[in-house]
Structure formats: structure tokens, C-alpha cells
Design a protein around this ligand. Structure first.
Ligand code: PLP
Length: 430
């Protein structure tokens, strides 16, 4: 090529939740394995079937001519109206402050990429990698983060947040993922109010990724951003991917709060809208369907049953992993993931099912240095056929992994835990 086609910061671009699959697919083939895919938050991959009532709503709407048309750049008006009335707060948000995207993943990128390079977002660590990667790519250097503490039920240290905001005036926003992916933590109201106060005191805005807002376990209360934000500008991010088993709908949205309270913030939101205009709009069909999904009498029953299953799975997994001194786990308050820390993780090997997969991993490890927990995850795949995401892939310097609680089949889930347990015992024994 006449010019270099690769950006200088290309190494910052990664998404471990899917990248680990490429290696897993190779190991599945080379090792004659049926891999158990524990890497991705997709209920369908984990065997959940899509209920007939959802399929019926999709079928009905898919046959209307409207579903084939473009819609508003902001999104289909009745859907935005529905969100305003049912999820948002009319005191601080209008129907024009709600913008639809093709999945929340797109919204995350649009929001972050439309900030000037030097304007930074403080993200949690561990974090959902799309936020961290988008932040790093937009800034052209590593993302900046505040820690969630596994020894304190994944609570953030408020003093750390305050200091990072106070002493770095490039920080323009604080990101909170609540309920949290990957840790499953549902933050209490006081913690969230303190973060709002830090943003207010230092003239920053807030981004709350609330895509799991409906996914809290029995007895766990969730506080939404719009309940506590007061007059601070902010963005709540939500979507349908987790509320109904239809992540392939690619349908997410942002609710902008207090847009008119700050002229610069308002201009920034206008930029996001203009950027979306270049693409015309997001896919019409899922937006048309959205109110019908949430209003269906089956919706509440179905989401309750799913959450009960995830809570049962979480309890079983926490009890099981707690029997291993090498592991640390905390019972999540919601969401469908579990983070398992691998304490004092050595570099070790496990017996791979075939010579070819052993050679493949050895080659991978010799080509580039990988984090300790990535090595563990390769060995786990090659020996037991379970694909998890290394915790360091979530922008964390802790070793561990994230698995899901989605598995539909009780026996497969128990078996998966045991496979991981066997790998842990053997890995630390060497
Ligand atoms: N935010 C968080 C915290 C997530 O876990 C996910 C997906 O797993 C997303 C955003 C992206 O969701 P979507 O499927 O709407 O792109």
C-alpha cells in the first residue's frame, strides 16, 4: 500500500470476550472437544430457548410495512415515548433526549468517540471491555480507571475516585456500571450518591451503564441514576439485550439527563446525534417491538424465572468455588456472571487432550507474553474444554476469570463447575 494502513495505537483495540473464542475454536478442533462456551452473556448460546410469546410479537410486527422503513435518527417515536414514561424521569429528560443505537455497544462507542481526545472518562476496573477499549482508543493511550475492591464486595474506593477526578482536570466524566458486569455487584444508594456528588463538585458529567437494571436478585435493591442525579448532567445507558433473550436484536439506547443544564454538555450530545445522522438511524423493527415486549403479561413472569435461575446458579457456584483455598468469590447481587479470582496464580501447564492442542498453546505462549490468567484460560480450554474470559481482559490487574450463570441445563452447569475445579487443582498442584 502507498501509505501505512495501521493506526499507531492499534494495540489498544481489543475485545477479549470474543477474542478468546478464536483460540477456543482452534482448540476445539485440534483437541477433538465439545467446548462449553462460558465467555459471552448470550442466553441463546447457553441453551435458553426464545419463548413463543416473543416470537409471536416479532412475527406480527415484522409483517407491517412500517418495519421496513427508516425511522427517526433519534429512534422510533413511540418507543422513545414508552422509555420516557416507563424507564426514565420526565423532570430531567424529554423524548428528544432519548437516542437509539444498534446495540448499547454502538452507543458506548458513539458517546466516547465524540469527546475531544484530551477529555477523559474515568472507568471502573474491572470493567466491561467495550468502555475501556473505546476510552483508550479515543485518547490514544491506556484508559484511566478506579478500582473495585474484591476484598470489600467489589466496592469502589470513593477517595480514589475523588482524587483521580480532582487531580486530573482532563477527566470530564465518571462511568459506573450498575448492576455491574463483570462482578455482579449492585452498588448501594450511598455509594452512588457519593459518586454523583464528586461529579457535581468537580463539574463533570456521569455515565451510568444500567443495561442490567432489571437483573437483581431477591432482596437486592437497585438505585437508578435518574433517582439520584439531581441537576448534574448525565447519561443512562440501557438496552433490551439482557431484559429479553434477544441480544441479536442489537437495540440499545441512551437517556440524557439535565441536557440543558450545561451548554457544553448539550453541544456534545448534539455531536452524538449528528454522528448518528451519518448512519441515518438504527434498525426499526426491534424499536417498534420494544413497548409490546415490556407490556406483554408474560414479560414479568419470564424475567423473574430467569433471575431466579441465575441466583440459584450463583449460589451453587459460590459454594463450590469457596471450597478451594486458591480461589476468591463473592456472591453477586444480580446480573448473570460470576468473577472467580485466582489467587497467587502460578505459570503452569495442564494435560491437553491431544498433542496438536499442546503444540498450539506452546506456540501461542512462545510468540507473545500473555497475562497469567490468559495462560490459565488456554490450559483450561485445552484440558477440560471450558472457555471462560480471563479477568485481566476486563481491564484489571487481578488474575481470575469470568464465567456466566446462563447455562440452561443443571447437569451441564454442575459438570462445568467440576471441570473448572479439576483444572484449578491440577494447575496449582504442579
Ligand atoms: N454494557 C454492558 C455492561 C454489557 O455487559 C453489554 C453486553 O454484554 C453491553 C453494554 C452491550 O450490550 P448490547 O448487546 O446492547 O450491545
Amino acid at each position: 500500500m502507498r501509505q501505512n494502513l495501521l493506526r499507531a495505537d492499534n494495540k489498544l483495540l481489543n475485545y477479549p470476550i470474543r477474542e478468546v473464542v478464536t483460540i477456543g475454536k482452534q482448540l476445539e478442533k485440534l483437541g477433538n472437544l465439545n467446548m462449553i462456551w462460558e465467555n459471552i452473556g448470550d442466553p441463546i448460546t447457553a441453551g435458553e430457548s426464545v419463548p413463543d410469546w416473543i416470537k409471536e410479537i416479532v412475527r406480527e410486527n415484522a409483517t407491517t410495512d412500517q418495519a421496513f422503513a427508516y425511522t427517526d435518527t433519534r429512534g422510533y417515536l413511540p418507543a422513545r415515548q414508552y422509555i420516557l414514561e416507563n424507564f426514565s424521569n420526565e423532570k430531567i429528560c424529554t423524548v428528544d433526549d432519548i437516542l437509539f443505537f444498534n446495540g448499547l455497544g454502538e452507543a458506548i462507542n458513539k458517546v466516547i468517540n465524540n469527546l475531544p481526545r484530551e477529555a477523559r472518562i474515568l472507568v471502573p476496573s474491572p470493567t466491561y471491555p467495550s468502555h475501556a477499549t473505546a476510552e483508550a482508543m479515543h485518547a490514544g493511550c491506556s484508559f484511566i480507571s478506579y478500582k473495585l475492591d474484591p476484598e470489600n464486595n467489589w466496592e469502589p474506593n470513593l477517595e480514589e475516585i475523588e482524587n483521580k477526578v480532582k487531580y486530573n482536570d482532563h477527566v470530564v466524566a465518571i462511568l459506573v456500571i450498575n448492576p455491574n458486569n463483570p462482578t455482579g455487584r449492585v452498588f448501594n444508594r450511598e455509594t452512588l450518591e457519593s459518586i454523583v456528588k464528586i461529579a457535581k463538585d468537580h463539574d463533570c458529567f456521569l455515565i451510568f451503564d444500567e443495561i442490567y437494571h432489571a437483573m437483581t436478585f431477591d432482596g437486592v435493591e437497585n438505585t437508578l441514576l435518574h433517582e439520584i442525579i439531581g441537576d448534574v448532567p448525565g447519561i443512562s445507558m440501557k438496552g433490551i439485550s439482557k431484559d429479553v433473550p434477544w441480544p441479536g436484536s442489537r437495540c440499545g439506547w441512551i437517556e440524557v439527563y439535565n441536557a440543558e443544564k450545561d451548554a457544553q454538555f448539550q453541544d456534545f450530545i448534539r455531536m452524538i446525534l449528528l454522528a448518528k445522522m451519518l448512519e441515518v438511524c438504527s434498525t426499526t423493527l426491534p424499536q417498534m417491538i420494544l413497548p409490546h415486549l415490556y407490556d406483554a403479561p408474560e414479560f414479568k413472569v419470564s424475567i423473574r424465572a430467569r433471575i431466579e435461575k441465575y441466583q440459584r446458579r450463583a449460589k451453587q457456584a459460590v459454594e463450590y468455588f469457596n471450597t478451594f483455598p486458591q480461589l476468591r468469590v463473592t456472591m453477586p447481587g444480580g446480573v448473570f456472571y460470576l468473577v472467580v479470582e485466582l489467587l497467587d496464580l502460578p505459570r503452569s501447564k495442564l494435560s491437553a487432550t491431544t498433542k496438536a492442542s499442546r503444540l498450539f498453546i506452546d506456540k501461542l505462549l512462545s510468540e507473545k507474553e500473555v497475562a497469567e490468567d490468559f495462560q490459565f484460560s488456554y490450559e483450561l480450554m485445552a484440558s477440560e474444554g471450558v472457555c471462560v474470559v480471563p479477568l485481566s481482559g476486563f481491564g484489571s490487574n487481578l488474575n481470575g476469570f469470568r464465567m456466566t450463570l446462563l447455562q440452561e441445563d443443571d447437569e451441564v452447569f454442575t459438570n462445568t463447575l467440576e471441570k473448572i475445579g479439576n483444572a484449578v487443582s491440577a494447575y496449582y498442584a504442579k
